[in-house]
Each structure stands twice: as structure tokens, then as C-alpha cells.
Design a protein around this ligand. Structure first.
Ligand SMILES: CC(C)=CCC/C(C)=C/CC/C(C)=C/CC/C(C)=C/[C@@H]1[C@@H](COP(=O)(O)OP(=O)(O)O)[C@]1(C)CC/C=C(\C)CC/C=C(\C)CCC=C(C)C
Ligand SMILES: [Mn+2]
Length: 309
């Protein structure tokens, strides 16, 4: 379990180097897929992504972790005050030392961080989404924001303006696609975790979609897998794949050294959708995951795409 501040006291904090090492270890422990992606980046960018990852993970744990029952809107308000302190250059805990360094090096914007806290707040008072539009807003807040934070670190295609024919033109902005990839990842996460969420009384699939396929909340809580369910999930998978497809178009506008890691994480994470199909849409009893060996096989394909597309 990740720790929240015991008390933001006057304790001496670790060095910047040690703080990044703490963030590396936490990223490696909690997310094999994203950690693998960061290993394909330059040292400076990869460390910054670890620092961001740890802040995001800790924010998520406030509402999703083992101590979530103790979290109130007030807890999130305190967390946001702590965030403001980081942006003012004042770390309060060891991993924050790395994030403060990252914020300053990459001139990060505070807004996506605030938006993510707003997303976690939604989890405190909502356990249903009526429409896809409502779900989309939630997904932007908890995951599209990660796309914005990461893109600020990874950088855009700097070579664009140096080409004579591009003089005076702005380089294409990949941030909409970065948000789209975050949303695609979150939609995938929701499909993978339907059973786990149902056991906590939560349904993230839009209720309008359940109705469209004549599948009820009671069916979902009972874990009914039949043709209505398969059609419903196929529909969700297709929609999510469209988000991935849209996101792919932005990758060539990222800095060249960021394209391989992003292609790799996109391909690995979207592969979870195929695993759900392979499990015959049983997301109640089985957790769809991509085996490590298979992940490795995607790396060269991701590399080829990063060079060619
Ligand atoms: C390779 C790279 C740049 C990775 C970014 C790593 C990073 C900073 C991840 C933060 C993840 C996090 C802890 C977010 C908190 C909210 C949350 C839990 C969101 C879900 C992530 C996955 O969580 P989980 O731990 O459940 O995953 P697994 O158990 O390991 O499966 C989310 C699904 C959201 C993840 C969203 C992203 C990584 C954003 C992706 C977008 C980009 C990297 C921008 C790319 C740019 C273009 C132009 C396409
Ligand atoms: Mn969560």
C-alpha cells in the first residue's frame, strides 16, 4: 500500500537522485506495462514519467486503495493543497522531491493534475454513468490528464519548424490524441475490471448502453454472460478501438525518441481487449492480461511503427 503523508513535518527529505529511485521502484512494482514503456525512453524523460506515475498512483489510491474508505472530499482538498505546494517548489514527502524537479525541468502545467483530483472526487459520489458523454468526462479526468502530463515531458516533434517549407507554421499539436489515448486506456481498464467494480457496487459501463442491449444492472451483478452481454461488450470494444485508432495519428507528432515507448504502451494496453475476446467476454471470473512473453514480441513491431508511421 502506498503511504499518504504521516504529517507534512519538518523531516529532512531525500536527495533528488534518491527520490527518482523511489519513483522508479514504485512504477516497476505497480505497472509492468508502463514501466516497460519508460525503459524505451531517454534517461531524463523516463525519470520524469516515473515521478508523474507515482503522483497519479497515489492520487488514485486515495479512492481506490486499501484505505479508500477513509477518504472524504476534505482529504482530496488537502491533497490539492499539497499539489499547490509542489508547484510552488515545496515538496512535503520523499517522492515529491522528484516531482518538484520534474515540474521545474519540464514546466508542467498544474491544470491536468487538478483535473485528475476532480476525477477521483467523482468516484467518491458516483457509482453509475447514464451516458457515454458522462463517462467520457470521467475518463478524461482520471486518464486523459495522464496523456497531457506525459506529453509535456515527452515533447513534440521539434524538427518540424526547421524544415524550410514549414517556416512560420506551428508544429502539429498532438495533445488531443494524447488525451484520446488516455481515455482509450481507461475504457480498456473499465472493461477489464467490470467484475471487480461490480463487487464494489460500481458500474462504469454507460447505463444507456446496457439498455440498448437489453441487459440489466441485476444481470451484471449476477455476472450473466449471454448473447446480450457479448454484443454489449463487443460494442464497447469497438468504440475503444476507435479511440486507439484516433490516438495513433498523434504519435508521429511527438518527439522522435518518445514514439517507440508510446507505440509500445498503446499496443500492449490495447491487447487487453483481444484477451477479453479470447476469454469469451468473461470479465467476471477472469482478469484479462497480456503475458510477458507476448509483450516482448510487440516491442519490435512497435519500433517498426515508430520509424515508419
Ligand atoms: C509510456 C508512458 C508515457 C506512460 C505513462 C505512465 C503514467 C504516468 C501512468 C499513470 C497511470 C496512473 C497510475 C494513473 C492514475 C489513474 C489511473 C489508475 C488510470 C489508469 C491507468 C492504468 O492503471 P492501472 O494501474 O490500473 O493499470 P494496470 O493495472 O497496470 O493495467 C489508466 C488506464 C490510465 C493510463 C493513461 C495513460 C498512460 C496515458 C496515455 C497517453 C500518453 C502516454 C500520451 C501519448 C501521446 C500521444 C500523442 C498518443
Ligand atoms: Mn482507480
Amino acid at each position: 500500500m502506498l503511504q499518504l503523508p504521516e504529517s507534512p513535518c519538518m523531516r529532512k527529505l531525500v536527495s533528488v537522485e534518491d527520490a527518482y529511485e523511489i519513483c522508479r521502484q514504485i512504477t516497476a512494482k505497480y505497472s509492468k506495462t508502463f514501466y516497460l514503456g519508460t525503459l524505451l525512453m531517454s534517461q531524463q524523460k523516463r525519470r520524469a514519467i516515473w515521478a508523474i506515475y507515482v503522483w497519479c498512483r497515489r492520487t488514485d489510491e486515495l479512492v481506490d486503495g486499501p484505505a479508500a474508505a477513509l477518504t472524504t472530499p476534505e482529504t482530496l482538498a488537502i491533497w490539492e493543497k499539497q499539489l499547490e505546494s509542489l508547484f510552488a517548489g515545496q515538496p512535503l514527502e520523499d517522492p515529491d522531491v522528484a516531482l518538484v524537479d520534474t515540474i521545474q525541468r519540464f514546466r508542467l502545467d498544474i491544470q491536468p493534475f487538478r483535473d485528475m483530483i476532480a476525477g477521483q472526487l467523482m468516484d467518491l459520489y458516483r457509482s453509475r454513468y447514464q451516458t457515454f458523454e458522462e463517462l467520457n468526462l470521467y475518463c478524461y479526468r482520471v486518464a486523459g490528464t495522464v496523456g497531457l502530463m506525459s506529453t509535456a515531458v515527452m515533447g513534440v516533434n521539434g524538427g518540424y519548424n526547421t524544415a524550410a517549407w514549414n517556416q512560420g507554421q506551428k508544429p502539429p499539436d498532438p495533445t488531443p490524441e494524447a488525451v484520446t489515448l488516455g481515455i482509450a486506456n481507461q475504457l480498456t481498464n473499465i472493461l477489464r475490471d467490470v467484475g471487480e467494480d461490480a463487487r464494489r457496487g460500481r458500474i462504469y459501463l454507460p447505463l444507456e448502453d446496457l439498455a440498448k442491449f437489453n441487459y440489466t444492472e441485476q444481470d451484471l451483478f449476477k455476472g450473466v454472460i449471454d448473447d446480450r452481454w457479448r454484443e454489449l461488450i463487443r460494442f464497447q470494444i469497438r468504440r475503444t478501438q476507435e479511440f486507439y485508432h484516433q490516438a495513433e495519428k498523434g504519435i508521429s507528432h511527438l518527439a522522435p525518441d518518445a514514439r517507440w515507448p508510446v507505440w509500445a504502451s498503446l499496443m500492449l494496453y490495447s491487447q487487453i481487449l483481444q484477451e477479453i475476446e479470447r476469454n469469451d467476454y468473461d470479465v467476471f471470473q477472469k482478469r484479462a492480461y497480456v503475458p510477458s512473453l507476448k509483450k516482448m514480441r510487440y516491442l519490435p513491431v512497435a519500433w517498426l511503427r515508430s520509424q515508419a508511421l
